[in-house]
Design a protein around this ligand. Sequence first.
Ligand SMILES: [Ca+2]
Ligand SMILES: [Ca+2]
Ligand SMILES: [Ca+2]
Ligand SMILES: [Ca+2]
Length: 268
Amino acid sequence: MTHGTRKKGILWAATALAVVALAFGCAAPTGPVDPGGVQTADGPASPDDTPPGAQGQRLAIDFDTATPGYVAKEFAGAGIVHNPPPGYLDADGWQILGFSDGDLLYGEEASEGDFARGTSPGGVGTGGLYAFEVEPGNVALGVQPTADDFSPGSISMRIPVTLDAVTELDLGYTLWVYNDQNRSSRWSVAYSADAASWTGIPELQIVTPQEAVSPASWESTRLTHSVDVSALGLARGDTLHIRWSSEDYSGSGGRDEAAIDDIEVSLE
Ligand SMILES: [Ca+2]
Ligand SMILES: [Ca+2]
Ligand SMILES: [Ca+2]
Ligand SMILES: [Ca+2]
């Protein structure tokens, strides 16, 4: 990546625009985007995106609008690729473990099978990754776990740090649950500086109801929490990883569908 004055000016303008967009609840281009399209070994970090003196780093993903580096607009469960067209996740941003089709590491692509189960209103049986339409016009990143898929499993996202130092992580997300089976799953959230050593955030954990309801419907829970992450010593150029995991918890038989939506990350 080159660092011409003109380019930097554009990047700063883009960041300012992102802040404005966030203030109005729009998708913000604050993801791990490399404007030059060049991928580095450590992912597409572009630490120069944040002007010196910036007070925070923010990221929002709603899977309906585009968040560069993570998802194109109108996520449709089409797969995970680089430079994603509408309907796809961005392979730069995600690592997905636990499906029978194999682990998908950061940067790896998949556009069939478990990683591309398409769009559904819910009530599916085949294990895999879906775009669940949890309410009209609102899609979330969904999973149907089965004996072979995602039990346990995890979805991780990585965030290139653009601040000089990070002391606090504010994390919010909505978990949508379709409780149509007599088993419960435990969804847990953790963070890491290296995607190897993880620290859980118990306040962000959700256990889906065991006893099924009929007819089932999508029910949402919004969770937010702040944690002191000073101990990680994260600085500009480092990467923060956030992971959602699911595992069987209680009951038996099939497994509830669940979907992650409206992820909001703020670093200070
Ligand atoms: Ca959504
Ligand atoms: Ca499978
Ligand atoms: Ca199901
Ligand atoms: Ca259940």
